[in-house]
Design a binder for this molecule. Structure first.
Ligand SMILES: N[C@@H](CCC(=O)N[C@@H](CS)C(=O)NCC(=O)O)C(=O)O
Length: 100
């Protein structure tokens, strides 16, 4: 999986932390400078914004909360120990703190 975001601690941070906490293989794609206008113009971002998560199947998930839920489901965090479920909810709450 590939998470694309800017080099700032905002919407992409909680999703990156959640991916790191999961058992999934993932890579970070940091967009800087002209890279953003190129990516935005490419139409790859469904809502013209980041973060986006590209899955193995080529599907692109947009919006931080949707990405967190996708990661939670895919990594079976929901089926794990309650501490992991609480951790996922913590990440969701963290995302909600800085707007939608
Ligand atoms: N609802 C989206 C909002 C994403 C968002 O606001 N992304 C900003 C960066 S934090 C962005 O891509 N800004 C660049 C632009 O809109 O051109 C989410 O929750 O992920």
């Amino acid at each position: 999986m590939k998470l694309t975001y800017f080099p700032v601690m905002a919407k992409g941070l909680a999703t990156a932390l959640l991916l790191e906490h999961s058992n999934l293989e993932w890579e970070s794609n940091i967009v800087v400078g002209d890279g953003w206008s190129e990516l935005k113009g490419s139409g790859k971002c469904p809502f013209g914004q980041v973060p986006i998560l590209e899955t193995e199947g080529g599907f692109v998930v947009a919006h931080a909360v949707a990405i967190a839920l996708h990661v939670g489901r895919t990594s079976m965090v929901f089926n794990g120990a309650s501490i992991k479920v609480r951790t996922l909810y913590g990440f969701l709450f963290c995302i909600s703190l800085y707007s939608f």
